[in-house]
Design a protein around this ligand. Structure first.
Ligand code: SF4
Length: 329
């Protein structure tokens, strides 16, 4: 039997893990803790990853659901998923110092929503009901936006003028499923316009693309990511649709069930956009201990994008530096 003599394989997907928006959001909280000292309040999970949230909590971040839970005058960071304009207003009313860590690629969708709403379009927002990003984007123009939660929701869509409709989407969806939804929408609304540029972000697309490429060779695909991480959940779905015999989402290596890999010759490994690399390395160690010693990285794209920290934080960091320099002079 091949499995007895030849080393068992791991195909490690690249790109995987942190995207530019997550990196910026996590750094925002870290720098805010350094600059202002704890506690720093964070509205919602800064990114959808258990390990990241717990690490920041241990360093003095306090995670809350709403601004009302933040003491007046405190510092609050808004998460990478974005917030509705009313959340900024509430923060102002409570005299909170708000630092907005919304990913610039989510902000881009907010700007599109505002622009099409100002032109009196009906906006069909493809996304998952209740997801923070969808709530935030909808808040930009609630009277103009209706949610389309996958192909099965298309029949419910009602528009005022079929010649003035545009679709936008959440940034972390399955590319293929979104196109199915759009296709179905276009059958009902032939004049439906598309967003000016892709709303599904580069990181989501790249992570799905490499998973698709390796999936046909995989007996099982392990995706490191949290259950509330939309892009991570989609990666497991994409892997199975592309031919992986099985797929599992895990937060940590210790969650892997021995039975999942018992008969496997090739295991695919990747991680969602909010997952630190150390968690992937722990999964690789776990697999190596079980004979999966032949590890090859499969690369389908190089990512170089970075985002600078929020302006409001950079301003305060600069002022603190200037004050330090003046004190030393
Ligand atoms: S997944 Fe995409 S939209 Fe979300 S934070 Fe990362 S880069 Fe931004």
């Amino acid at each position: 039997m091949a499995g007895v003599t030849s080393p068992k394989r791991v195909l490690l997907a690249k790109p995987r893990g942190y995207c530019a928006g997550v990196d910026r959001a996590v750094q925002t909280v870290e720098k805010a803790l350094e600059l202002y000292g704890p506690p720093v309040y964070v509205r919602k999970e800064i990114v959808h990853n258990k390990h990241v949230v717990n690490t920041l909590r241990n360093r003095g971040a306090i995670f809350v659901d709403e601004n009302e839970e933040v003491p007046e005058g405190s510092i609050v960071v808004f998460s990478a998923h974005g917030v509705a304009p009313e959340v900024h207003e509430q923060a102002k009313a409570r005299s909170l110092k708000a630092i907005d860590a919304t990913c610039p690629l989510v902000t881009k969708v907010h700007v599109e929503a505002r622009r099409f709403a100002a032109d009196d379009y009906d906006i069909l927002l493809i996304g998952h009901e209740g997801h923070e990003e969808v709530v935030g984007t909808t808040g930009e123009a609630p009277a103009h936006i209706q949610l389309v939660d996958g192909p099965d929701s298309v029949d419910k869509v009602q528009v005022r003028d079929p010649s003035k409709v545009v679709w936008l989407s959440q940034t972390t969806l399955s590319v293929d499923e979104t196109m199915q939804t759009v296709h179905k929408l276009k059958q009902r609304l032939p004049l439906l316009q598309s967003p000016p540029s892709d709303d599904i972000c580069y990181a989501t697309q790249n992570r799905q693309q490499v998973v698709k490429e390796i999936a046909p060779e995989c007996d099982v695909m392990l995706v490191v990511g949290s259950k509330n991480s939309s892009n991570s959940v989609r990666m497991v779905e994409v892997a199975i649709a592309a031919g992986a015999r099985a797929g599992h989402l895990i937060d940590f290596a210790h969650e892997i069930d021995e039975a999942w890999v018992a008969g496997a010759q090739t295991v695919g490994v990747s991680s969602g956009a909010s997952v630190p690399e150390e968690l992937v390395m722990e999964v690789l160690d776990w697999l190596v201990e079980r004979g999966f010693t032949d590890v090859s990285e499969v690369t389908t794209a190089q990512e170089r994008l970075t985002f600078s920290l929020p302006q409001e934080l950079k301003r305060d960091m600069k002022a603190a530096e200037a004050a330090r320099a003046a004190a030393q002079a």
